[in-house]
Design a protein around this ligand. Structure first.
Ligand SMILES: [Mn+2]
Length: 412
């Protein structure tokens, strides 16, 4: 049985894009669409039995009609070939307000067989190669898993523990009921301990989320654990049942410049009671990000050093950022016009910035990760005189944002 495993499509991310006058669409939206279309073409070429999407379809829980239409259009060739589609709700798909539809609920109405999972469920998915047993574990939402009374008196950390326990027990019970001779997949959208982030995730948020161990998920007769949420492709259990993050299909940040982006083709061979799983990662034609760093300090012609660095790098069609270091007395000798000209073939110039030298950096505020937001912001404002008149408003706005993020993470 062949499965295409993907996640974290995040349609609607438009950072480093611009409106293409020919189509009226953001260039980044077109990049994401290209990667998505490439993936579906591969699914058809490989004649897969199932298209399995493990959450985070869009950037926001409220995608635009254009974004939803593109998502549906990209899935349409699968529908036409009668390839079943399974969609899990990720944290970015989940509405903050209880009772509202998630951003992917609408795809249930795609002609054909699209199934959307928004709460834990064990399902049998019919495919042309026979039934697949599926344990679906979408993003754990407090209000879907616990009654209000059950979590009202609990701290955030306690709620997290309860959710971890619920999911873990759910998997333990599920595997006991499954037919060990059938291909079986656990599909989830959450963090697993030990996973390496890609740089497009917010580390501070992931630290407060429910987390699972490989041992809690990789239980026989499961043949493959298909994950979404963390954007870097990896197998967390190389010596046992594969526990795999597929990777996102497009880059969103310079920290992902060197990461391949793509999806996974899984093949579960069944022969009586013996089953064997193989998988391979397939790269998508994701937009290249080029992050140039030039140290031109002490150089008589800093522009020339920057131009040389650009000439050595293939910047055509890439999203490019140039950061350079120069001394104070060289500042007047950096010719932005010539640098921009050298980058004319780039898809987008994300920035040409001077990196502050160590002298400037020493005067910067030291803010530690364990500072509260209020402490960190207070220190920052202390160091920036022009912000003093706005002190109270800034702190208030920041705390409100933090509260909103907290609510999105575990909505009531
Ligand atoms: Mn996610």
């Amino acid at each position: 049985m062949k499965i295409l495993h993907t996640a974290d499509i995040h349609l609607g991310i438009t950072t480093y894009g611009r409106i293409d006058p020919a189509t009226g669409l953001n260039t980044r939206l077109q990049d994401f669409r290209r990667a998505f279309e490439f993936m579906v073409e591969q699914a058809l070429a490989e004649d897969v039995d199932l298209f399995l999407f493990c959450g985070d379809a869009f950037r926001h829980p409220d995608p635009s009609p254009t974004e939803q239409t593109i998502f549906a259009e990209c899935l349409q060739p699968l529908v036409e070939r009668n390839i079943p589609i399974v969609l899990l709700v990720g944290n970015h798909d989940h509405p903050v307000t209880f009772g509202r539809a998630s951003s992917i609920d609408i795809f249930r109405y795609l002609e054909g067989q699209a199934r959307v999972f928004r709460r834990p469920e064990v399902a049998t998915v019919p495919t042309k190669s026979g039934p697949l047993q599926l344990i679906a574990l979408p993003w754990p939402v407090r209000s879907l898993l616990l009654t209000r009374e059950a979590y009202r008196r609990k701290s955030a950390a306690e709620v997290r523990e309860v959710i971890e326990q619920l999911y873990t027990e759910y998997v333990q019970k599920a595997v006991e009921q499954l037919d060990p001779s059938l291909p079986t997949v656990l599909a989830g959208h959450f963090s697993v301990q030990g996973a390496e982030l890609s740089g497009s995730e917010r580390t501070s948020l992931i630290a407060h989320e429910p987390k699972f161990t490989v041992g809690q998920l990789a239980l026989p007769p499961i043949d493959y654990v298909a994950l979404g949420h963390i954007h870097r492709h990896q197998n967390l259990n190389p010596d046992g049942i594969p526990v795999v993050y597929s990777s996102s299909i497009e880059r969103v940040s310079f920290r992902e410049a060197d990461d391949p982006k793509g999806f996974v083709l899984v093949d579960i061979q069944t022969d009586g009671k013996r089953k064997q799983t193989r998988y391979r990662f397939v790269e998508t034609p994701a937009r290249r990000f080029v992050d140039l760093h030039v140290d031109a300090r002490g150089n008589a012609d800093p522009t020339e050093s920057i131009l040389k660095a650009i000439a050595r790098t293939p910047v055509t069609d890439a999203i490019v950022r140039v950061r350079y270091q120069v001394d104070e007395d060289q500042l007047g000798r950096v010719d932005m016009r010539r640098i921009r000209k050298a980058l004319h073939s780039a898809a987008h110039i994300a920035g040409i910035e001077r990196l502050a030298g160590p002298v400037v950096r020493e005067r910067r505020t030291v803010i530690h990760r364990d500072n509260s937001l209020r402490e960190a912001l207070t220190r920052y404002i202390d160091q920036h005189e022009q912000l003093h008149p706005l002190r109270e408003q800034l702190i208030e706005a920041a705390l409100a944002l933090e509260a909103r993020l907290e609510a999105e993470r575990s909505p009531d």
